[in-house]
Design a protein around this ligand. Structure first.
Ligand SMILES: [Zn+2]
Length: 234
């Protein structure tokens, strides 16, 4: 990310609907707003709501079916409580998997659910300007991107177009998984989640600073395609 991009996404002085996120006063405004919206108001509450929503989804007890009523208010502003870094896989749909309406999740998706500079900038925007409390890296079983990375690392598979650039981001978790026993693909999927969680937790200056202040938490998880269940990994 270049200097200009970093300046644009720096936390100081950024506002959303008149709320600044740089001081204690703005933090209290942020909490009051979430309470008014009936949304989670801390990292732990946000994780609990995601897991509760996933349980509703898995058991067929979704409470969000009618998506019309919130549309007018969402046209004015958005206050998502969680950021999801997920795979582009068409079978993994975060709003459905966590039984959430629009406006509650800030979702970044690309094949292989990894952090690059542009994704990081989007995540920083969600955590600072929009004030989300939680980042969840959401991997899933049978991930085609990770499988392709395994083929590249173990069989020197040749991929067309821009795919090699994407797969380059997934080689490190595959190589780490090669030192483990069990399924290489499953282990690489888990290692990919864990590595990206660490990248986000250590990301200076924006995310690491928010984590130090207990205003942000980063967790890793895995979505099971057959059951829809999300398991927290870290
Ligand atoms: Zn995938």
């Amino acid at each position: 990310m270049n200097t200009e991009s970093r300046r644009r996404f720096a936390p100081h002085g950024l506002t959303s609907a008149g709320v600044t996120f740089a001081g204690s006063t703005s933090q209290s405004n942020r909490l009051a707003r979430q309470a008014k919206l009936g949304q989670p108001a801390s990292p732990d509450e946000s994780l609990a709501e995601l897991l509760a929503g996933n349980k509703r989804y898995v058991t067929g007890q979704n409470i969000h079916h009618d998506f019309g009523p919130e549309r007018p208010s969402l046209a004015q502003s958005q206050h998502p409580f969680a950021i999801i870094l997920g795979c582009a896989d068409s079978r993994v749909a975060p709003e459905m998997a966590f039984d959430q309406t629009r406006g509650r999740l800030f979702v970044i998706r690309l094949a292989g659910n990894f952090v690059d500079d542009d994704g990081l900038a989007s995540i920083e925007y969600g955590a600072t300007v929009l004030g989300a409390f939680l980042i969840m890296v959401l991997g899933h079983n049978e991930c085609g991107a990770v499988k392709a990375a395994v083929d590249v690392v173990t069989k020197n598979a040749q991929l067309p177009g821009h795919l090699p650039e994407l797969i380059a981001h997934l080689k490190a978790p595959v190589e780490k998984a090669q030192r483990e026993t069990g399924s290489l693909v499953d282990n690489a999927i888990r290692q990919n989640v864990l590595l990206n969680v660490e990248t986000l937790r250590n990301s200076e200056p924006v995310l690491a600073d928010l984590i130090k202040q207990n205003r942000l938490r980063v967790v890793g998880s895995r979505y099971d395609l057959a059951t829809g269940r999300v398991q927290v990994l870290s």
